[in-house]
Write a protein that binds this ligand. Structure first.
Ligand SMILES: Cc1cc2nc3c(=O)[nH]c(=O)nc-3n(C[C@H](O)[C@H](O)[C@H](O)COP(=O)(O)O)c2cc1C
Length: 214
């Protein structure tokens, strides 16, 4: 039985970006599960499969006039969400280049202030921790709120069946919990109470209580 959420995230939207282009990708299968968790917590969800986007290599964004329409579609979809889940394979001790390029094609406009949850898969036993640590740094650079919860799935080739269904029920619950947390924190972060706190925080003096010492 799924546990009933005490905080409903109604009205919040969570977008998942899949950082693998491989047909039958385990990142994709895991991301679908995380988004189901977000949905159960009340969020509207969308999975962005980068295979379906005609993107360009980021060239510094100085002249975007020749950028394909899908760059702007990607930006618009991410901009509209309050929460993001980034799913990636571990590639040579980091996250995938395709995901980095997609992030490089975006910036503060799309990502600043968003809640981010991280999900990684690996072929080896060590899991996707290097990929997730790398993404955490990228999230910080974009001024996003990368939640502490994250899920790394080692030896992903043994975790899903041929249809992409997960075989381990406990792991499924953990992946769904990641999606639920992203939805709930996105909701809390966009609530009026949180916004009021942030306004007060931004307006607060740099050193409250500190005076000058003569
Ligand atoms: C270019 C490349 C580099 C990889 N590097 C690693 C690695 O450093 N560590 C590891 O455990 N697996 C590595 N793998 C295996 C992938 O993490 C594994 O196949 C994973 O399932 C791919 O993700 P996907 O199923 O979402 O496509 C690598 C695979 C490729 C194609």
């Amino acid at each position: 039985m799924t546990q009933k959420s005490t905080v409903s995230s109604d009205g919040v939207s969570v977008v998942g970006i899949c950082g693998s282009l491989r047909p039958g990708s385990y990142s994709h299968s895991a991301l679908r599960i995380a988004l189901k968790g977000a949905q159960e917590a009340g969020a509207a969800t969308k999975l962005i499969d980068l295979k379906e986007y005609q993107l360009i290599h980021c060239d510094g964004k100085e002249d975007e006039s020749r950028y394909p329409e899908d760059v702007f579609r990607l930006r618009k979809e991410v901009h509209a969400a309050q929460g993001l889940i980034l799913a990636t394979p571990e590639y040579h001790g980091s996250f995938s280049g395709v995901l980095k390029n997609a992030l490089d094609l975006m910036g503060f406009d799309e990502i600043e202030g968003k809640m981010i949850g991280l999900l990684g898969v690996s072929g080896g036993k060590m899991g996707a921790l290097n990929a997730l640590n790398g993404l955490r740094v990228v999230g910080r650079a974009l001024h996003a709120w990368v939640i502490p919860e994250q899920t790394s799935i080692p030896e992903a080739w043994g975790v899903f069946d041929e249809e992409g269904n997960i075989k381990d029920a406990d792991l499924k619950v953990r992946i769904m919990a990641l999606g639920k947390q992203v939805a709930r924190f996105s909701y809390l972060h966009s609530s009026e109470g949180a916004q009021e706190f942030l306004r007060a925080w931004e307006g607060a003096p740099l050193n409250p209580g500190g005076g000058t010492h003569d």
